[in-house]
Design a protein around this ligand. Structure first.
Ligand code: T4K
Length: 370
């Protein structure tokens, strides 16, 4: 990579090509390309072991996994969710005919603020649908208590939270289901891909049927499922990626620490995340541009882009401001003031394993100079 090369917010990790050839040879020899073949099965098992969870159902992508998770738990009516996420979160509700109720986020974590959830619950609310935004864990205990009190399901959009742990293990064990994305832009990628983490075998089998047209055997179809199966190509690539994930996470943590040191004393710049009690995956490096910084978030975004550094304004615009949501009562800016403020102030800086120290230093220096 030359110094003048553009720097993107993320770049996918790819292992050396020659390491993938044996997997391809095996697929070519076996001629099983999809329909939950041997690599699919091996990858599910290996993922469970790596993540420390009991059951995983693989998917074509995270969005289909979200849609299926809501189907599997027969979620209906309305669902409490965050406006501060990628559109796939809320779109998956619409695809199930569910009405989103937006609730504001916490100013520190930018995840659903548990203290606001109860007030948002209505008579037809059936679930809470939080996002571990940027891989920073939600307040899972507070959310669990509310869900128990009102008999609501909890489905976590954990698209950003691969490998994140709290004091007692994987963050993915919380809630009724958790959904992962293995998209190219994620910490762990299978080109495209996703998964549902399930608490028990029965739920996993139900989800496996849903992602395979509802088929249970050659002559039985038990549900109106669709096609959400991960191919053997993606699954074998995932198996290979797992061999590299520890190195990927280590490098991400190094970059995260480097940014934090370099930006520590810059007036008006707040680095989000990081808590001593968890294993972070450093999926993103979001900074919050406060009003005492030398310029606005959008000017900084442009200044970096002029230097071919393509940071991203994840998550701007707020989902609740988009045409298909903005007429909802809960979408009003007065209901979502923290999320609205964050959407106008956050910038995600480049972070990915191939990013070099001198590139991190250069990005931090530009921000420091202002
Ligand atoms: N829930 C949440 C909370 C999510 O964030 C997402 C996805 C989902 C659910 C849905 O999961 P999936 O169905 O996608 O599995 C990206 C991703 O497309 C999307 O997966 C992700 N969230 C979202 C946060 O970001 P864009 O529009 O920012 O992607 P794009 O194409 O602009 O890529 C960003 C940068 O990454 C590029 O500037 C260069 C680099 N890049 C990207 C791709 C695709 C590469 O270097 N190589 C690549 O192949 O949405």
């Amino acid at each position: 990579m030359k110094n003048s090369d553009p720097i993107y917010v993320t770049r996918p990790f790819l292992p050396p090509l020659e390491e993938f050839i044996p997997y391809l040879s095996e697929i070519w020899a076996g001629k099983t390309l999809t329909n939950c073949g041997p690599f699919h099965q091996q990858f599910e098992k290996a993922l469970c072991e790596y993540l420390g969870v009991e059951h995983i159902a693989l998917f074509t992508n995270g969005t289909l996994a979200l849609i299926t998770a809501l189907q599997a738990l027969r979620i209906s009516g309305s669902v409490i969710t965050t406006p501060y996420s990628f559109v796939a979160t809320t779109h998956s509700l619409l695809w199930n005919g569910i009405r989103p109720i937006f609730s504001d986020v916490d100013p520190v974590t930018l995840n659903l603020d548990p203290t606001k959830i109860e007030a948002a619950i209505t008579a037809d609310t059936t679930a809470i649908f939080p996002v571990h935004c940027y891989g920073h864990p939600c307040e899972v205990e507070a959310i669990r208590k509310i869900a128990e009190k009102y008999d609501l399901k909890v489905i976590y959009d954990a698209a950003h939270a691969f490998g994140v742990e709290d004091a007692d293990g994987s963050i993915l064990r919380h809630g009724d289901l958790s959904i992962l994305s293995f998209h190219a832009t994620k910490v762990f990628n299978t080109f495209e891909g996703g998964a549902i983490v399930c608490p028990d075998l029965q739920t996993k089998q139900h989800i496996d049927h849903l992602k395979n047209f509802g088929i249970t055997d050659e002559v039985s179809v038990v549900a109106a499922g669709f096609n959400g199966k991960m191919s053997e190509l993606n699954a074998s690539f995932g198996l290979l990626q797992l061999q590299h994930i520890d190195g990927v996470l280590t490098r991400r943590r190094e970059i995260d620490s480097r940014y934090r040191i370099l930006l520590k004393d810059v007036k008006g710049i707040r680095c989000l995340g990081k808590s001593g009690e968890l294993v972070a995956n450093c999926a993103y490096f979001p900074i919050l541009i406060e009003s005492d910084y030398t310029m606005s978030r959008d000017l900084l975004f442009k200044m970096l882009a002029d230097r071919h550094i393509f940071a991203r304004r994840y998550f701007y615009p707020l989902i609740s401001d988009l045409p298909m949501y903005r007429d909802l009562l809960s979408a009003s800016r007065s209901n979502l003031s923290v999320a609205g403020d964050a959407a106008s102030r956050v910038l995600c800086l480049p972070i990915y394993p191939d990013l070099r120290d001198e590139q991190v230093d250069a990005i931090a220096a530009i921000i420091k100079r202002g």
